[in-house]
Every structure is written in structure tokens, then in C-alpha cells.
Ligand binder design. Sequence first.
Ligand code: PMV
Length: 326
Amino acid sequence: MTDLIATAKAHTNIALVKYWGKRDETLILPWTDSLSLTLNEFYTTTKVTFSETLEHDNFYIDRILVDQKNNQKLTNFMNVAREKIGLTYFANVESFNCVPISAGLASSSSAFAALAGAIYEASGVDYTLNDVSKLARRGSGSATRSVFGGLAEWKKGSTDDDSYAQPIQETVDFGIEMIAILLDTTKKKVSSRLGMQTTVDTSPFFNEWVKVVEKDMQIMHQAIEKKDINLIGEIAESNAMRMHSLTLSASPSFTYFNADSLLAMQEVEKLRTNGVKCFYTMDAGPNVKVIYDRKNRETILQELSKVFGRDRLVVSQPGPGIEFIK
Ligand code: PMV
């Protein structure tokens, strides 16, 4: 049989209501729903070639062969995929990340969404984007949402089959934007996987977090409906800080903040005090993302450039969902 080949491109997303905590670590089923904005600036393009002649999977990320340790995680993912698509062939996987040099920004969300998309497209089976979203989830929870563009929501579900994302607004018709402040581009010290599990197991506030997210999801939906960027930003900021308070209350306690993260947050607060509405969010790393209405872009860029330098600021608009490249 001839090789089965497909290439898919998916963009990174940043959660406005965070996913933090799994109740099933193998299936990657979360404790809560979550909601995100897909960004146009950061993406991964992945080509999958299933071939009868291969004796194992090979993974190349940015042209470099993946080492043994990470290879295992990816092979496990391919085994899950093979079971879902009913194929026994091994594959060559070539992945390219278009993320500003080592930005340390949620590359796993675009990576697993692109990989899942390319796998389904290459397989020749009938599939839906929900199937892609479910498979992407098995690689990285946040990848579930990167299958869709604009604003997307991951419904937690309770089984492998009903935990996937759906679009809220694929083409965002209001001026929400994000600036990523690239503060530290080295690999994160505590992986999101380990960080989540430590907080689920040890933070006395984890049950409260589950309730917080439920409320935040409701208000976030209303804010999106009203296209109220300031309310979206307010909820996103407080949701992110509540997520990060879980890390501080875990045993052992840990944090993703560094000194520059705190500085960035203060700068955003300063802008706000001066009447420029903008808000911050952070994920499992020290880089800060600023949420604002595009009409404030130049003022915010000007002020943040004074502190961090213009070359550390990346402006992103809402990005598209998964695309297949012929
Ligand atoms: O997809 P993971 O396992 O890297 O976890 C992502 C966790 C956060 O980025 C902090 C939140 C989120 O919802 O994306």
C-alpha cells in the first residue's frame, strides 16, 4: 500500500479561563471546563507519513530527531491514535514550530492539535473536528482547544468520548488582542503535568478552584456575548491569579512567577491606574500575556517597550482553527 500522508497547521491558544487539574491522568480528563483565545502569531505545522515499511515511529521537531525520553511520550500518543483510526503502520512525523525563538509559549497546544489533525487527515477515515479535538487532548489538554480558531471552549465531559472543545466564536468580531511579553525563554522548571497533579493532590484550595472556574465560565460567556473586552480581561486576570495561588498553596509549594513576571504585572496595573484598560494572564511559565482592546495597542506597546524593549513584545490577534496544507 502507498504511504498515507497529510500536513496540518494549528495555532497556539491562551486560556482566559484556565484548565488546571486532571481527574484522569491517562485520558487527560479535566476537573473543569476551560475557555481560550487562539492566537495568529504562534503555530505548528506537522507532516505525518504513515508507511508500511517503517519499523517504528520517528519524530523530528524543527528538523532535529527527538531523543529517547520524549520519543516514548510521542510513541504512546501515536499508539492511542493508531487504535482510534484502526491503522497499524508506524509514521514519520515532521513538525515545525513558528513561535518566536524559544518563546516558551504554549507550544504543546499547537503541536498536538496539528499532529492529531494530520493523523486523521492522513488516515483516510471519516472524521470530525471533534474527533481531532479528542485525540489532541490525549497529547496535551490545552491542545483540545487549538483545533478551533478564535474563542473556543473545552467541555470537561466525563469520558474519552465527550471531553472535547467546541468553537464559541471562530471569527472574533471585536477588537480583543494579546501582547506576549517574552521574559524568560528557557524551558519551564515544573511541567504543567507535574504542577497540576501536585496542586490537585495537596492544595487545600483545590475544591474552591473547581467552583471558581464554574462561575468564571458563566461570566466569561456573558462578557463574550456583550463583546465586553474589559470584563473578559478582568475575569481572565483574576482566574489566572487564582490558578497561580494553587501552586503557592501546594506542598511542596512552587511558583511560575519570576521577578520580571511581577514587574510586568505591575506595569499593566500602572497602565490601568493611568486610564489605559489592559489585563494580564500567565500560564505554566513566567511569560506574561496582556489582554486589551486593539484601540489601546500603541499606548500599551509604547509603555511596555520602555521597560522590556520592543523586541520582547509580540502582538497577536485572534487566530484561525486547524488548516490542512495540500
Ligand atoms: O496542556 P497542558 O498540559 O500544557 O496544560 C495547560 C495549562 C495552562 O496553560 C496553564 C492552562 C490552559 O488552560 O491552557
